[in-house]
Design a binder for this molecule. Sequence first.
Ligand code: HEM
Length: 415
Amino acid sequence: MTPTDTAAKCPVRHGFDPLGDSYVADPYPIHTAVREEAPAFYAEAIDMWVITRYDDIEAVLKDPATFSAAVGQRPVFPMSEEAQRILKDGFRAYPVMSDCDPPRHTRIRKHNMTGFSPRRIAMLEPKVWAKATELVDAIEPGRVDLVSALTYPLPAYMIFTFIGFPDEDMDMLKSWCGNRIAFSWGRPSGDEQREIATNMTHYWEYCEKFVAQRAAEPADDFTSDLVRIHQADPDALSLADITNVAYGLSFAGHETTTSFTGNAIRQLLANPEQWAAICQDRSLIAKAIEELLRFDSSIPAWRRITTRAVDVGGVEIPAEAKVLILLGAANRDPNHFENPETFDIHRGDARRHLAFGKGIHYCIGAPLARMEARIALDLLAQRAPDMQMVEGQDFDFPPNVSFRGPRSLLVDWPE
Ligand code: HEM
């Protein structure tokens, strides 16, 4: 009997805990072990079924009728009563995109695609360059944390600008967004839950007012694009739908890209010959980004819930089971990538990664994320090809089931 046969018969893995220290520090050796051991298993620590292999994960993403997205944003662990009460009083969000199933998802996504038109994304490119240049110009020689100097503020500013939020509100908006990863994907304390729920309520109310203001006075931004669709046909998209989209995007478009760009810089500096190759020929950056997404994405795992009992690689997963799909394990599956544990910006097959998902929920912000990462790396390669990662620093990753990126990334910035 092979290990897989054994695991398929008894698919419980007691030790698998995405909030455990070793997983948080580096999930990939654990991904490899569980992928080799079984296509799917039950993880007691998180009360979820875990799916480990590329083909099965791709099949999950392509089967929204069996694998509902409804749990996508729900807290993994039960919310405190106080947080529930705070949200009940002032937070009126409902599923519209990543945690929404057809038919509502189909309707709302279709209109969002209009807002994410190549024209609007292209319009952002000079703004991304300008903001990234401003941030890099402000860096002084010496020791610098590239997360606070560049990879946190750049995506925050760009997604708020894309939505249309005024510049002067950005610091306030950022202060309300903190720690939302912990709320839905981690295990926050009671005090943290209270603070995050209060901030979510402030942020939600701000989004409601903002959308009402754009409905009265449309401008040239993504929210106004959606408002025009609403005004042409109120049944196509309601103002509440638009508020939900604005609310959700400011999170989806921020932490994901902050974390990815942080992972990307760290990975490149840890492989100096590949960083040097990029600095010599910046046209390599776009391809390198695909390898970075494959090798060290910011969303190494995502969630679904089954609508019926289903067989995954010989393992029976029951109906209404919460499921964790290990996108990071899929992206290193040797059945799909040659020498998958090797980071190589020149590899030809990297773009087949599942870092942005696949199917109806495929990341709508992928072009923007790629653009922001490309521009950040391009500027760093131009301005600081000799920067060095500070040796021996402790990388701190927020403990949670889905998102991964360093909280800080210290480098020595040259004169
Ligand atoms: C490197 C950065 C990013 C990564 C790794 C990433 C990853 C993902 C993944 C894996 C999904 C699919 C989830 C699923 O199948 O349920 C997704 C969906 C989504 N992403 Fe991203 N994302 C990134 C950046 C962005 C940005 C910049 C935005 C917004 C501008 C964004 C907005 C969204 C939205 C709205 C969805 C839901 C789409 C739907 O359900 O139809 N993402 N993302």
